[in-house]
Write a protein that binds this ligand. Structure first.
Ligand code: ZN
Length: 288
């Protein structure tokens, strides 16, 4: 994907894309019985617990939830196992409904879950994705989830939480928002966009922000993510597969990738800086 300014956006699935995928699966899979799991390899980012994954066969899929960028496929039966699926850098899930009689394996397709009349397929060129299984009871203490901060779209997160958790913290606003211990799922693009909507400089130390600025930041984080999800939900209907990499959100980007372009609010040229190795974009006039 390229913006008008020519910056190439990394197409890493972020929280809105994962939530879009979740909704697509949640509409189409619960109530269906997993008949067979096929693994083409025994590792992605880490080893896949092959026996536990195979043991999911025969169970009914009860729900598709999400924690941060992990999709949680909840299955019925003993131990109520949950399959944790993370899309990594380049993972994509496709749901074929109805399943075709013979679906050839794509390049970089690593596993399939066959639900009878529908087929869930995982494709990931860079193989940073994750497939693990945990009993539901152990989910809160799972090593990948235990340290995670609040969900940005839940009641756990908001103005007061952000204000209190950021006092005496010297890191920059944008870095704070991108740290999953503070709030999950705010990636590099959405962090820049949220700072713009809030009118807050991304490089300011978070401890120096006021209560009012924290309130605007919390609102901005939620609205940026919700707008992207809303757009993704619209796009999803046009796809046969459930594709995290549709690239639908770029039209929402006010500052990201737009250095040198006039700010839509005030006309000042958008600036680009580098913070902890990542590009940050902001309007020097609108953001204080
Ligand atoms: Zn501006």
């Amino acid at each position: 994907m390229r913006t008008a300014a020519g910056a190439t956006l990394r197409r890493v699935p972020e929280l809105p894309e994962v939530e879009t995928v979740r909704r697509g699966l949640a509409d189409r899979l619960p109530g269906h019985r997993l008949e067979r799991v096929t693994l083409r390899r025994s590792d992605l980012r880490w080893p896949i617990p092959v026996a536990a994954v195979r043991d999911l066969a025969g169970r009914e899929l009860e729900a598709v939830d999400r924690r941060s960028k992990y999709l949680l496929l909840r299955f019925s039966g003993d131990g109520a196992p949950i399959a944790l699926v993370h899309l990594g850098m380049s993972g994509r899930l496709f749901l074929d409904v109805p399943k075709r009689a013979r679906t050839p394996w794509e390049q970089h397709e690593h596993w399939r879950m066959d639900f009878g009349d529908r087929l869930l397929r995982y494709v990931d060129a860079r193989r940073f994705g994750i497939l693990e299984v945990t009993p539901a009871a152990l989910l809160p203490e799972h090593r990948l989830l235990a340290h995670l901060g609040p969900e940005p779209l839940s009641e756990e997160f908001g103005a007061e939480v952000l204000f209190r958790s950021s006092r005496k913290r010297r890191v920059a606003v944008k870095s704070f928002l991108m740290d999953a211990q503070n709030v999950v799922g705010v990636g590099n693009i959405y962090a820049s966009e949220a700072c713009f909507r809030a009118g807050v400089r991304p490089g300011v130390a978070i401890q120096r922000t006021t209560r009012a600025q924290c309130a605007r930041l919390a609102d901005a984080v939620r609205s940026v993510l919700q707008d992207a999800i809303a757009e993704g939900g619209t796009t999803l209907r046009d796809y046969i597969g459930v594709d995290a990499n549709s690239g639908y959100f770029q039209r929402y980007l006010s500052v990201y990738g737009r250095d040198g372009e006039p700010c839509a609010q005030c006309g000042t040229a958008i600036k680009r800086i580098v913070q902890t190795g990542r590009s940050t974009y902001y309007c020097p006039t609108c953001q204080r």
